[in-house]
Design a protein around this ligand. Sequence first.
Ligand code: ZN
Length: 430
Amino acid sequence: MPVRSCDLVVAEASEVISSPPNATPLRGEMLDHLDVTRFASVAIDAGRVLAVGPHEEITRRFTPRSVLDASGRVVSAGLIDPHTHLVHGGTRDAEYEAIVVGADPAATRLSGGINSTVAMTRAESDTELTSRAIDDLDAMLALGTTTIEAKSGYGFLPDQELRLLRILADLSHPMSIERTYLGAHVVPDGVERRNFVDGVIETLPEARLLADWCDVFCDRIGFTIPETRAIAAAAQTAGFKIRLHADQTADIGAAALAAELGASSADHLDCISDQGIAALADAMTVGVVLPTVALHMLEVVPGLVEGRLVPPPKADLVERVHAMISGGVPVALSTDYNPGSSPCLSMQLVMQLAMRLFRLSYAQVWNMATANAAHSLDLGSDRGTIAPGMRADLVVWNVPTHGLVVNRFGSSHTAHVIKDGNVVYSATRP
Ligand SMILES: [Zn+2]
């Protein structure tokens, strides 16, 4: 075989790990399988993976213009975070203390918290919101995340929601960002529900110019099944793809509705029913679970426990995650990054908590944070695995085995982050 030149070889990794390449999201027993190639290298050209294999083979086949030494380190696909509320103003750290010490039961009211973020978001200029979002993207990239989904949702009024989508669209950053219109987050105080839903639907054509995805918070503290169905149907007519916040605080049939709509993902699912699980599995809708929310909210949800703290996680949340896996739902992980219920930028921490809280294997959490997260954004044929032709979004981890990235919690293990074939972050000298 003739030797060919290439842009970059990531060389001599102790392990190159990847989900098995698959046209559809991984589920059931497949979720527990991870391809691990020891003493391997990855050849990259024009932003794509050319080849992956034993180092000697890659050396024989390719002459790289540059080499990144990965000896003693793990190489994986870049992490993918499919549910974030990236653009928002202010912080909710005071509310968090009030929840944790139980000083102010009213502070546990999730919708009240959202209202305060909406007020702080409106008070900040485009420049301020943009600068905060860029800082957050820098932090996510440094933590090994190379693609995120980002929603509007803290504007409430149509012009404010469109402003947030415009800010997202104008962000200039190496991170890939999938944009989502979440006009239907919660019904603002003092606004008539019917009028609000009509306003969300009327805004869809303009929002479609700025976002590919439409999301609805389908929950008893958000939007009802008929309201969600009406918004989603209009969104699909306008050309949006659908993802839903579903069954977070109670089972209202939101997961089954996500399946009925052909949604790419249904997120949260803390209270998903057996019927919801069967529906998601049939539709191959990815279930996105959010362990940092379970931890950070200490399971406090308005009306559910009346402000009383319950130790995380609820036993049945663990049971629900395993019921999803055994029931054939393709499961993915995400941060749900937002200032209230999950002010967490780190998919590393999400993987670490998911494994411990939900009792998952290393293979399961890696597959959920890479290939299945990509599939939940309809990007599974482009990224999320390391294979010839895939986008060269890779992370070199500063540990020799993939289990250690998950086992050693509390610090970041990224050594280098590669986006579209370029080294965009290094914790140490390349
Ligand atoms: Zn969310």
